[in-house]
Ligand binder design. Structure first.
Ligand code: ES4
Ligand code: ZN
Length: 334
């Protein structure tokens, strides 16, 4: 039985496996510039964040209808459930879809269909032949693309209004895409507006960008969690603050290797980060591209870093502590 865990750093568009990409392309009459799934997999030779993002945005062309988004989320939740994920806080990139003429309603309604289906333990109990199967509770976090303008982010928040009511599917906002040259402060206004709407706030920082971006995300955007945050280790004062304030970091070890933030997994600073007292969690980021889902990331760090069973349990526990679940919901999910 895999450890029960929450996944807090997962881009739903990054769960698009080559097989599903080809199936959706066929359904939508789109020709992909790859002969087959093998050739597409071979294109996954990233050297940095930008070379990954180019492929990630290009492949989104196959996502057009509510059904496409429902199928995408359904496939992710099936894999996540099999790896012990009990709760997932799922990022999506509305601007990347709107740029292709797909509005936020299509994305949220489509994703929502799959999330509702997996939210109840009963719905998949029937499919697993009556065995006790867990559902997955889910929340959506809408990300702004940091290489787009601040005005575009504000327009996106406005367009999302129908889905932002308390109890609605979108619980928070995030910040992703190309980091260097796009500091968090660029998005001060939209984060203030999001806070006024009662939304939770997170941001990618310190993945490829400097430690100062982590500080800025905390101080200017008021984020409650830092996505990645790896480079905080270059700044002892920042580490001390993150420890003191117990700011959760959503680390993605396999992503860090594929995007060359670390050379090999054995060099990953996760053990040092845990030793320092940082509230670390282990997540998958873009699992179809980076070689594994949440459980695969746990297995990889166990093997490469020799983490003890106690440390792995602490990481799983941290994932619930760092989640946006209320206490009673958290207890049920664990
Ligand atoms: C992303 Cl790994 C990563 N970093 C920044 N933005 C992203 N969007 C999807 N994956
Ligand atoms: Zn990410």
């Amino acid at each position: 039985m895999p450890l029960p865990k929450a996944e807090l750093h997962l881009h739903i568009e990054g769960t698009l496996e080559p097989e599903l990409a080809f199936a959706l392309a066929a359904r939508n009459g789109i020709t992909l510039p790859y002969a087959d799934t093998d050739e597409l997999r071979k294109a996954y030779e990233f050297t940095d964040l930008q070379s990954f993002l180019n492929l990630y945005y290009g492949l989104m062309a196959v996502l057009r209808t509510e059904d496409d988004f429902a199928d995408l989320a359904d496939a992710y939740l099936a894999r996540a459930a099999a790896q012990g994920v009990r709760h997932a806080e799922i990022f999506f990139d509305p601007q990347a879809h709107l740029a292709r003429g797909v509005d936020i309603g299509t994305v949220v309604e489509g994703l929502g269909r799959a999330l509702d289906r997996w939210g109840s333990p009963r719905s998949n109990e029937a499919e697993s032949g009556g065995e006790a199967a867990h559902g997955i509770s889910t929340q959506l976090i809408m990300c702004f693309l940091r290489d787009e303008s601040a005005g575009s982010a504000l327009e996106t928040l406005e367009a999302a209004k129908p889905y932002l009511a308390p109890g609605g599917p979108i619980v928070g906002v995030g910040l992703d895409s190309a980091e260097v040259g796009h500091p968090p402060a660029k998005f001060r206004e939209v984060y203030e507006a999001a806070a006024a709407l009662g939304l939770r706030r997170v941001a990618h920082a310190g993945e490829e960008g400097p430690p100062a971006y982590v500080t800025e995300a905390l101080d200017v955007l008021g984020v409650e969690r830092i996505d990645h945050g790896l480079r905080c280790m270059e700044d002892p004062e920042l580490v001390a603050r993150l420890v003191r304030e117990q700011v959760p970091l959503t680390l993605c070890p396999l992503s860090n290797v594929r995007l060359r933030a670390v050379d090999v997994l054995a060099d990953h600073p996760l053990p040092a980060m845990l030793d320092a007292g940082l509230l670390c969690t282990v997540n998958s980021d873009d699992p179809a591209y980076f070689g594994g889902y949440a459980g695969d990331n746990f297995d990889a760090v166990r093997t490469a870093l020799g983490l003890s069973p106690e440390r792995l349990r602490a990481l799983a526990r941290n994932s619930f502590t760092a989640s946006f679940l209320e206490h009673d919901e958290e207890r049920r999910a664990r």
